[in-house]
Write a protein that binds this ligand. Structure first.
Ligand code: SF4
Length: 455
């Protein structure tokens, strides 16, 4: 057993990491699907979209070949509509609510149609949005992820000059660094960020981490308001013996390395155990397999009924040949010569339901042993508690506390997205960014005074 990089040929890497949801292969194919839409007056699909995209409207626009109008409808509600069309768990959002599900027919492929319109907008760099003249007001946004970009775009449309401080060397946040490369390529993320900033009035300063390269006090002094969209990013530790052994990796770091360094450079074991069953765990497990691992086993302490990932994600892992062990919780990682060699797990069972109906996993006293050379930990992410506490931001275990107007306890400082909610979908962060922009505009108007038009 060994952890190696460069396991596959260039062609194999290309094939394993090619687009998992290919686009329509023709205009006719898109039209056939668009014309199936019933344009429901109460649009349950729209109601289940966190950004409230007017789905029947954009589909109707596709049927009349009004692709620019369709892209505007989508992007006006969700400026990251292109990326969301590839990473949204649509089976539990818009497509899961489509009335066709009740007619025992396949739902309208909303994500694919959304991709059809938005990719054209990005590819042809359509100038769909015009920026109002500069108001002279300035806002600092921390984090160029979905929340930060969405907030910046909404503010800039209103004539506010925005400077984004981003700790990485690319924008996109989770979309760029935290999602499997076969779902959305780094190039797509780059193009999406360029499309968003092409509006004007948004300057992104890269390699600028809050608390290291720039302080909150500096931002408060230099801007009319600050929006924090710093996300979450710290992997939850297992706190079991052997966690420090070589070959034990955080899923977030593993996925980040694949995005940042490229597939062949990232080492992977022969026999890999992945701990957890959220989207990050699935992304790590499937990518380990696609990098050439011979055997990948996902270990989850509950049953399928309680898993955080969707059925579609689970099937993806199964189709990639990943094994699953239900009701197993890591107890200890053993090693030889400083390298991981075994993962020992408690065998669990579910307790009787408590008053809320929840069944907790409890140890049975038995254990199972897996011979592995790599363990990938995907037991969730925790907020940047130290960063938040250092800046005296009111918080709940590191999650920034905000009021109904997205305001933190520090006047003029707003927040939203994963750093507030602890980690939800990209589309939730986009909506949080819109809410933040609305609140900041109200703050600027009421606390600072009406905008100063330059003309
Ligand atoms: Fe069209 Fe389905 Fe939405 Fe109805 S629920 S408007 S059929 S996509």
């Amino acid at each position: 057993m060994a952890i190696l990089n460069n396991r596959l040929t260039a062609e194999q890497y290309e094939q394993n990491f090619s687009d998992i949801h290919p686009p329509f292969d023709s205009r006719d194919a898109a039209l056939v699907e668009a014309n199936r839409c019933l344009f429901c007056y109460d649009a349950p699909c729209t109601k289940s979209c966190p950004t409230s995209i007017n789905i029947p409207r954009f589909i109707k626009q596709i049927t009349t070949d009004n692709i620019k109008g369709s892209a505007y409808t989508i992007l006006d509600a969700n400026i990251m509509g292109a990326g969301c069309s590839k990473v949204c768990p649509v089976e539990k959002l818009c497509e899961g609510s489509c009335v066709y599900n009740f007619l025992d027919e396949p739902p309208i492929p909303i994500a694919k149609l959304q991709r059809y319109s938005t990719e054209k907008a990005i590819e042809h760099k359509w100038p769909l949005f015009q920026r109002k003249p500069s108001t002279g007001r300035k806002v600092a946004v921390v984090g160029a992820g979905p929340a930060g970009l969405s907030c910046a775009h909404a503010l800039s449309r209103e004539g506010v000059d925005v400077t984004i401080y981003e700790k990485e060397n690319q924008g996109g946040g989770l979309m760029t660094y935290g999602i499997a490369a076969y779902k959305v390529t780094p190039e797509c993320c780059k193009d999406e960020v360029s499309f968003i900033t092409s509006l004007g009035g948004i300057d992104i300063k890269y390699k600028q981490a809050l608390g290291q390269d720039v302080s909150l006090a500096e931002l408060q002094n230099n801007y009319d308001a600050v929006y924090l969209g710093v996300g979450v990013g710290l992997a939850r530790q297992l706190n079991i013996p052997g966690e420090e052994l070589a070959g034990v990796e955080d899923a977030i770091q593993f996925i980040y390395d694949i995005r940042e360094k490229g597939y062949p450079s990232v080492p992977v074991g022969d026999k890999v155990a992945v701990i957890g069953l959220g989207m990050t765990a699935i992304d790590a497990a499937t990518q380990a397999k696609r990098l050439g691992a011979k055997d990948v086993t996902i270990v989850y302490r509950r049953t399928q009924a309680e898993m955080p990932s969707t059925e579609v994600e689970l099937n993806l892992a199964k189709l990639d040949g990943c094994n699953l062990i239900w009701l197993a919780s890591p107890k200890e990682i053993k090693g030889e010569n400083g390298r991981v060699s075994q993962l020992i797990c408690h065998v669990m069972e579910l307790s009787v339901p408590d008053t809320s109906g929840r069944r907790a996993p409890v140890e049975t006293g038995e254990t199972i042993t897996l011979n592995v050379d790599m363990v990938i930990k995907a037991a969730g992410q925790v907020p940047y508690e130290e960063l938040v506490s250092t800046h005296q931001l009111a918080n709940w275990n590191g999650k920034v506390a905000i009021d109904s107007r997205c305001a933190t306890n520090i006047p003029g400082v707003f927040a939203g997205g994963d750093c507030v909610n602890g980690g939800k979908e990209v589309v939730d962060a986009v909506q949080a960014g819109k809410d933040g922009a609305k609140a900041i505009l109200e703050f600027i108007m009421s606390e600072i005074g009406p905008p100063m038009r330059s003309e």
